[in-house]
Design a protein around this ligand. Structure first.
Ligand code: ADP
Length: 578
């Protein structure tokens, strides 16, 4: 693994550790906060319950007071319909009735729950009645356990007709109906419940323990020294707050939030009891979300560092590739430079050789001419001297020709190299051109004792070419063949191959080494042999031949076996039989 990748991984790991530590610390905070929030929420719910209870009871009093005003002028019998209407519409009443001014229950609904005909004075249950009669105000009794097993409170409203006391309308409110009407909705779905206790710790209502109605919690529901008893005592003192206790029946920790309920002259305490596990469920749900967030953050970190690593390695690979390519380019250009250098050196060597050769070639004829001239000048008019003069003049002429050839060659190669070789193309009879070339070399060949055999097959093809330049090519090839052939023959063949005229000039001379077969067509190039040195030459002939043939759109090549002879093959384009 590269240094950079390792560093990125370390940074990623550190980031993950930091995020994890941060997550852990946040968890603690969250736990505290959720507990706090939960407790506050519970207390708010409890206050909501207290307000619900107070308004429920107040509403009942108002309803009964309105009923009392409504029935003031009715006969007790007619009152029953009104009682029934309120009983059925409002709910929360266990009975509604009327006590006449004599303290006898005169009417009521439901009939079975009102003990019609009961004389309150006679049964000594007249205290609240008398209080209402005497004070002229609504009264309420302390909640008590009713026959139905529920806790209820009596309300009594004095009734006056034309300022005359007619009796008291009374109603019994079932405090336990609170649960259905007001309290059930206060708690969310779960295992929480609400209970309402008096100052003395008696249960007025318990959403979970109906059997507690009218009973004291301490001693009956819990021991005197339990933490629940402590909570209950706080409630009995009319305080507001929250406390925890362990519920042995369910085996779980519960949180109780409590507050006071004020109704008329009574001070009660309402509480919501919820298992702590509900708060923990909330914390766990927060944890789950947090873990999800943490996982996402870690995934982002990993993905981020992964992408950076990939990016780096991508760059690295690209860089490596580029460096490799550049190195390869450099290596190639080095090789090219080296070979160009070798070529340049070779060219330089050839040039030096050429200069010395050209100087020699130019100087030799000049020297001959000079010597011949001196001889001519010293001659008398005698007959013998006249013969010598003729010989000398022939020598002078040959040397001038030789120099002319050299200068022409130099001009030709320069034209070829600069692309200035002008070809005068015209229909050319190939066989006639070859024959003409052989003819012009006949004298020289005869002198060397080497026959030139022409073997021209089929009808002569007519090609488009520069007659004089083609003659120059063939003469050059025949001339070379004569130069490098001691004995034997020179054969010139011509035939159509694959639609193209092919001319082969073969000799039985010294031959050319295989590795030189291509290079001899380069300018100034001569095979390094004794014979080459002996016969002289400029090394330009074949380069000129190549330039002329290629100028015609043809090709020239050499085939040879050292010691057996050489063949120069010229292939010209097109050509149709005449
Ligand atoms: P040169 O003026 O030296 O003949 P050329 O370009 O005509 O220049 O030939 C180049 C060289 O090719 C010659 O010096 C010789 O070494 C070799 N060469 C050309 N023709 C023949 C041949 N027919 N047989 C053997 N060697 C040849």
């Amino acid at each position: 693994m590269s240094h950079k990748k390792f560093t990125i991984l370390i940074i990623a790991a550190l980031l993950i550790v930091v995020v994890a530590c941060f997550g852990h610390a946040t968890n603690r905070e969250v736990e505290k906060l959720v507990h706090q929030q939960f407790n506050e929420q519970q207390l708010l719910r409890t206050r909501q319950s207290a307000a619900g209870i107070e308004s429920f009871l107040d509403e009942k009093i108002i309803l009964v007071e309105m009923l009392a005003a409504e029935v003031a002028d009715e006969s007790p019998e007619n009152m029953t319909d009104h009682f029934m209407l309120l009983y059925q519409k409002s709910g929360g009443f266990s009975s509604i009735g009327f006590v006449n001014s004599d303290g006898v229950i005169a009417s009521g609904y439901p009939i079975e729950a009102t003990a019609i005909g009961l004389d309150l004075h006679a049964t000594q249950r007249d205290a609240p009645f008398d209080r209402a009669r005497l004070s002229g105000k609504t009264y309420t009794t302390t909640p008590m356990l009713l026959v139905q097993g529920v806790v209820g409170s009596n309300i009594g409203v004095p009734v006056y007709s034309d300022g005359e006391f007619k009796g008291v309308v009374f109603a019994t409110i079932e405090i336990s109906t609170l649960s259905e009407r007001y309290l059930a909705g206060v708690l969310p779905e779960g295992r929480g419940y609400i209970y309402l206790i008096t100052k003395s710790g008696r249960s007025l209502y318990d959403g979970a323990h109906k059997e507690m109605a009218g009973k004291k919690y301490i001693g009956y529901f819990c021991g005197n020294n339990s933490s629940y008893a402590d909570i209950l005592r706080e409630q009995m003192q009319g305080k507001e707050g929250a406390g925890y206790y362990f519920d042995e029946t369910t085996g779980e920790q519960r949180i109780v939030s409590y507050t006071t309920v004020f109704w008329r002259d009574y001070v009660w305490s309402v509480a919501t009891s919820v298992p702590v596990s509900e708060a923990e469920a909330l914390i766990h749900s927060v944890y789950r979300k947090e873990i999800l967030l943490l996982a996402i953050v870690i995934a982002i970190i990993l993905a981020g560092s992964g992408s950076i690593i990939l990016l780096f390695s991508g760059w690295n690979k690209e860089l490596e590739r580029e460096v490799k390519m550049k190195t390869e380019d450099l290596r190639m250009s080095n090789t090219e430079l080296a070979s160009a250098n070798t070529k340049l050196r070779e060219l330089d060597r050839l040039k030096s050789e050429f200069i010395s050769m050209v100087s020699h070639e130019l100087k030799t004829p000049l020297t001959s001419i000079k010597i011949s001239m001196d001889v001519v000048n010293s001659l008398s008019n005698s007959e013998t001297d006249a013969r010598t003069r003729d010989e000398m003049l022939q020598i002078i002429n040959r040397n001038i020709e030789r120099q002319k050839r050299l200068v022409n060659d130099l001009l030709d190669i320069s034209r070829i190299e600069t692309g200035n070789l002008k070809l005068h193309l015209e229909p050319v009879d190939l066989h006639a051109t070859i024959r003409e070339s052989a003819e012009s070399m006949k004298d020289l060949a005869d002198k060397e004792g080497i026959p030139i055999i022409t073997d021209l097959q089929g009808e002569s093809p007519e090609i488009s070419g520069d007659h004089d330049r083609l003659v120059q090519v063939f003469i050059n090839l025949i001339g070379n063949a004569l130069k490098f052939t001691g004995s034997g023959e020179i054969r010139i063949q011509a035939q159509m191959i694959g639609g193209h005229p092919e001319i082969r000039v073969s000799d039985t001379g010294i031959g050319i080494p295989a590795e030189e077969l291509d290079t001899i067509f380069g300018k100034f190039h001569q095979v390094d042999s004794g014979l080459t040195r002996e016969v002289g030459g400029t090394g330009l002939g074949l380069a000129i031949c190549k330039g002329i043939v290629e100028g015609h759109g043809g090709r020239i090549r050499a085939e040879s076996k050292v010691g057996e002879g050489s063949t120069f093959v010229v292939v010209l384009p097109g050509g149709k039989a005449q």
